[in-house]
Write a protein that binds this ligand. Structure first.
Ligand code: PMP
Length: 389
């Protein structure tokens, strides 16, 4: 048997193409989950498939004791696009954040002589399930049962600069945040808060780490969400959409920080594997196309505006919010019945906490698909009202 770690939908997934997913019996759904912000280019994108197939016939894996030209190539695309100079490749979001935490601690110790470095994170955040990343995560349910947890983390309310300042004593090494909290309920950070936080971190030499595992790779309408916020982080983490489903993660940092890690400081057997790099190279080529990012902004705005319009004044709807194609509907009650009803009507969406319906359509989504999804969701929310009366 499998560990019962997931509360699964009643669908036996068999095949995917673009925004569509089929089960074993041939039933088809419009997929507004993108495998949880992973298949951003849609399922089985032909040019990514072709790139991976070609690589499978060339070289699957060598150890990181070899130079792997594809790693250098993908790193140069990422550094050119991000303005950050150095990249470490790994295989998941948690692993990328773990690398960022280790880098921040080592940098604080070596450059600022901080003996007990502290990392400040936010309530509602999600950074992963390894011991350090779940400790960084600002959700109690993720930590429950796993004590003793690593030391050196403090969590403050999301958006509260004064709380950051109070927490930022002489031991503060880094602030780590998502610009739009994903698992925490699709909550975009206030741009003024982000700008002030970034300035404060610079003044105090505290590293500003942005977790773009969910917001990155075009999801918010630019390759990285930090571009939309007009800030330059010191460290950025990526995973999910970077391989469109082939496992690959990355930690990017300011070039001077690269020298904090030397041979033996950190490693990952599979990190930067040629097959993963071939996927990432193909994905980056597609996502950086201006028409695609334009589509994210246009369809994202259409989705948000249309949902707001259809759900306006509904007693069960508290707020519709989002950035790009990362959209949440916060309800005054459980989201599960709405998600279930949408699924029965042919649309796949996700929860983000108990009361938020989360939409993560692929970036290739069309106007017709957006309109169809809004119609199904309006109907699903409406049914909730009827059932509750
Ligand atoms: N950070 C964020 C913002 C995430 O949304 C997630 C996964 N939902 C992670 C980190 C962890 O990624 P992974 O599951 O690949 O370890």
């Amino acid at each position: 048997m499998l560990f019962p770690t997931y509360q699964r939908y009643d669908i036996r997934a068999a095949r995917g193409e673009g925004a569509w997913l089929w089960d074993e019996a041939g039933r088809c759904w419009l997929d507004f989950t993108s495998g949880l912000a992973v298949c951003n280019l849609g399922h089985c994108h032909p040019r990514v498939t072709e790139a991976v197939q070609r690589q499978l016939e060339t070289l699957w894996h060598v150890s990181n004791l070899f130079h792997i030209p594809l790693q250098e190539e993908v790193a140069s695309v990422l550094t050119e696009a991000s303005g950050l100079g150095a990249v470490f490749f790994c295989n998941s979001g948690a692993e990328a954040n773990e690398a960022a935490i280790k880098l921040a601690r080592k940098a604080a110790r070596e450059r600022r002589e901080i003996e007990r470095p502290k990392i400040i994170t936010f309530e509602g955040s999600f950074h992963g399930r390894t011991l350090a990343t779940l400790t960084a995560t600002g959700q109690e349910k993720v930590k429950k049962g796993f004590a003793p947890l690593p030391e050196g983390f403090v969590t403050v309310p999301f958006g509260d600069l004064e709380a950051v300042k109070r927490a930022a004593d002489d031991h503060a090494a880094a602030v780590m945040m998502e610009l739009v909290q994903g698992e925490g309920g699709v909550r975009p950070a206030d741009p003024a808060f982000v700008a002030e936080l970034s300035r404060f971190c610079k003044e105090r030499e505290i590293l500003f780490i942005v977790d773009e595992v969910q917001t990155g790779m075009g999801r918010t309408g630019s390759l990285f969400a930090f571009e939309r916020y007009g800030v330059t982080p010191d460290v950025v983490t990526l995973a999910k959409g970077l391989g469109n489903g082939i496992p690959v993660g990355a930690m990017m940092a300011r070039p001077d920080l690269a020298l904090v890690f030397g041979p033996g400081s950190h490693a990952s057997t599979f990190g930067g594997n040629p097959v993963a790099m071939a996927a990432a190279r193909a994905v980056l080529r597609e996502i950086r196309r201006p028409e695609l990012l334009e589509n994210v902004r246009v369809q994202g705005e259409r989705l948000l505006a249309s949902l707001r319009d259809h759900l306006k004044g509904h007693p069960s709807v508290k707020e519709v919010r989002g950035l790009g194609l990362m959209v949440g509907i916060e309800l005054a009650e459980e989201a599960a019945p709405v998600i279930r009803r949408a699924r029965e009507r042919g649309l796949l969406v996700l929860p983000a906490g108990p009361r938020v319906v989360r939409l993560l359509p692929p970036l290739i989504v069309t106007e017709e698909m957006v309109d169809r999804a809004v119609e199904i969701l309006s109907d699903s929310v409406e049914a909730l009202g009827v059932a509750g009366r």
